[in-house]
Design a protein around this ligand. Structure first.
Ligand SMILES: Nc1ncnc2c1ncn2[C@@H]1O[C@H](COP(=O)(O)OP(=O)(O)OP(=O)(O)O)[C@@H](O)[C@H]1O
Length: 278
């Protein structure tokens, strides 16, 4: 039987979510040396709810990172608008925290100091005791208390990524932006960290936008999956609603007919666009 997504919405009117993040008619073009423009994103519309976990999937180079960077305020849109909680995004802000694939920790600071630096930077009005408590709480949340005084080059990739996640969460952002956060990890570490991030998110719900190349990861973690067309001039072709309530049991889910159909639908979508490009 062919899978029919429960939501196919390329105009951003998500049925089950509020418009916490609102991306409207977003276009991003880079100037080229011949004075033309290279259009990366062309007319992206998307809304994300306050407590919603969204994954973005698309072929390499279609503009996923560009989209995330615009939401982070690290890149500017050529036209269109991006609003968070009603406010236009023009620059980076502490209400949107980014987790990168390559960890991006400061190597001369310990695990604890990496998290503390972000807390000091953002929670300027908090008293010292409160800052210490926030750092300790977030170290514990990602099971890093025993490694708190180690330096980044003394810990594994999975641990580094947990520091990145704890650092992002410690400043209590309204939205978490993750660019292939588990991409550099081995399968076992990846699975464990996916579960850990979900545990945290299930207890402290917030808006999450995660880029991934992994369909299983997207189904396991997110409420909706955004499928992007190939670039140039990419946009959103389909949005799939993931029909499993949280917390999710990965193995039970994987054995269900819905999972199989959703997975095949997403993989067929990617195959179709890959074939068209060739
Ligand atoms: N600063 C820039 N100047 C010019 N072109 C750029 C710039 N940044 C990105 N691009 C181009 O925009 C397109 C989209 O890049 P982007 O990194 O957003 O893709 P992606 O979907 O995240 O790719 P991947 O999955 O491989 O990480 C690519 O063709 C890239 O070369």
């Amino acid at each position: 039987m062919k899978y029919t997504p429960s939501v196919v919405d390329t105009h951003g009117k998500a049925m089950s979510s509020t418009n916490f993040l609102e991306i409207k008619n977003l276009v991003k073009a880079y100037p080229t040396p011949d004075k033309g423009n290279f259009v990366v994103l062309d007319g992206v519309n998307l809304t994300i709810g306050e407590n919603e976990f969204i994954s973005v999937i698309g072929h390499s180079g279609c503009g996923k990172s560009t989209l995330l960077k615009i939401v982070a305020g690290l890149e500017k849109a050529s036209s269109g608008s991006v609003r968070l909680d009603g406010k236009e995004i023009h620059k980076p802000g502490a209400e949107r925290m980014m987790v990168f694939q390559n960890y991006s920790l400061l190597p001369w600071l310990t695990v604890r100091e990496n998290i503390r630096l972000a807390v000091d930077e953002v929670l300027k009005n908090a008293k010292n005791a409160e800052r210490i408590s926030i750092v300790n709480q977030h170290l514990a949340m990602v099971n890093l208390t025993p490694a708190a005084d180690k330096y980044p080059d003394e810990i594994s990739g999975g641990m580094k990524q947990r520091v990145g996640i704890a650092r992002a969460l410690a400043i209590r952002p309204k939205m978490l932006l993750m660019d292939e956060p588990f991409g550099a990890l081995d399968a076992l570490t990846r699975g464990k960290l996916q579960r850990q991030v979900l545990d945290i998110w299930e207890n402290h719900r917030q808006a999450v936008m995660m880029i991934t190349h992994d369909v299983d990861e997207a189904i396991y973690m997110s409420d909706r999956i955004v499928l992007m067309t190939n670039g140039p001039a990419a946009n959103i072709r389909e949005i799939l609603e993931v029909p499993f309530p949280h917390p999710r049991d990965r193995s039970a889910m994987r054995n269900s007919k819905e999972y199989f159909e959703l997975r095949n639908h997403a993989l067929n979508f990617l195959d179709k666009y890959f074939t068209q490009e060739e």
